[in-house]
Design a protein around this ligand. Structure first.
Ligand code: SF4
Length: 385
């Protein structure tokens, strides 16, 4: 039987986002149709308030939308009010081993608790934290890690595999629900890419609490960024993931750019122009590297979610230019500029950058619904932030 579409039928992408509830963290909604939230984690001792705040300010500047601090000792919990007072984004507390640190953190004006159910050693302790979160109206991330999964679940399947991780998450979700608590976000992290992908896919078939996604302990950039992208892209393209953290060794600020780049490359959150350029080859008809460098400079800081194609010759140039919002098909020191799939002008090589910038400005005026801050029309090709 033929599966060919009737000519002229508009192809519709089957993309669907994992349908999740919305959990609000310090005024920022996570899940549902809301943009995927970018977060990070600080590295100094949390009780060293000035250093922590300075790092959070740099994260905020880079576009971080919520931040996590670790709370392993009472001095760290004691610092939370002061940290919260001096930052603008929601503050999350990361708890391992000692449930009393979660209870202590909840005495401060924090916005979310992250708890690792595999290492707090007891369901009653978990219940106490859930009850206090509920009393204070503070959401909780149930953060399952393959590396610290309870023995019982690992034994059931022989090792800390995806079904074992999901079973663990579901157990703690059910306990929280039995306390009447539903402000839950779930993570299922591993340093193994395939485990991450399988675990979240399995979870998404069974639960509708929003997910925090990430490949944990990814290591040192640039390899760690590639590894994170390998784990997160399949999930994002499946519509899974409501908040994201890229775990990089060292200063966390580069995590933010990496997160936005992964979101942009998967088309999930577009915050800047997308430049399509060919690798160049012996057919090159213009100085493409120079043109792209100049264009990048002129586009720096611009948030327009426009797709611009600049290719070096007529092999793929016209086709890509027609599919982009704005494009140039170059040939022998000159080129044709396309906007919205139509040829709008012909230019010489030295006029290309200025002409492209003019076309970008026209495109911005033509598409106010796709500019940052505009409400989604539901028809746009790329989701807006
Ligand atoms: S678009 Fe042309 S110049 Fe660029 S890589 Fe392809 S064939 Fe080569």
């Amino acid at each position: 039987m033929s599966t060919a579409a009737t000519p002229g039928t508009l192809y519709q992408s089957p993309f669907r986002r994992h349908r999740t509830r919305v959990v609000v963290v310090g005024g920022v909604p996570i899940g549902g149709d809301h943009p995927i939230v970018v977060q990070s984690m600080t590295t100094p001792d949390t009780c060293r308030v000035d250093e922590v705040v300075e790092q959070i300010h740099r994260l905020e500047e880079a576009g971080c939308e919520m931040v996590r601090v670790t709370v392993p000792k009472p001095e760290d919990a004691a610092a939370l009010t002061e940290i919260k007072r001096r930052i603008r984004i929601p503050l999350i507390c990361d708890i391992h081993f000692d449930y009393r640190m979660a209870l202590a953190a909840l005495d401060h004006p924090i916005d979310k608790i992250r708890i690792n159910p595999g290492n707090i050693n007891g369901i009653d302790r978990f219940r106490q934290v859930v009850r206090k979160c509920k009393d204070r109206g503070i959401p909780m991330r149930i953060g399952v890690n393959a590396g610290s999964l309870e023995r019982e679940f690992a034994m059931k399947y022989g090792y800390p595999c995806p079904p074992a991780m999901v079973d663990s998450a579901i157990r703690y979700i059910e306990i929280a629900e039995s306390e009447g608590f539903h402000d839950i976000i779930v993570s299922l992290k591993s340093s193994d890419v395939q485990t991450v992908v399988e675990a979240y896919r399995l979870y998404a078939k069974q639960c509708d609490y929003p997910t925090h996604i990430g490949v944990t302990e990814a290591g040192k950039p640039p390899y760690a960024v590639i590894k994170s992208a390998c784990g997160l892209a399949p999930l994002l393209l499946d519509g899974i993931g409501d908040t994201i953290r890229i775990s990089l060794l060292g200063d966390p600020v580069p995590e933010i750019q990496a997160a936005y780049d992964i979101l942009q490359a998967t088309g999930r959150r577009v915050r800047k122009p997308e430049l399509i350029a060919c690798p160049t080859c012996g057919r090159l008809a213009i100085d493409l590297e120079k043109i792209i460098a100049e264009l990048e400079k002129r586009l720096e800081g611009r948030k327009t979610p426009v797709k611009i194609s600049v290719l070096g010759c007529v092999v793929n140039g016209p086709g890509e230019a027609r599919e982009a919002d704005i494009g140039i098909a170059a040939g022998d020191g000159k080129g044709m500029i396309y906007r919205n799939g139509e040829i709008v002008r012909r230019v010489l090589e030295h006029e290309m950058v200025d002409a492209l910038m003019e076309e970008i400005e026209k495109w911005e005026r033509e598409h106010p619904d796709r500019m940052p801050g505009a409400r989604s029309s539901g028809k746009q090709r790329l989701p807006l932030v």
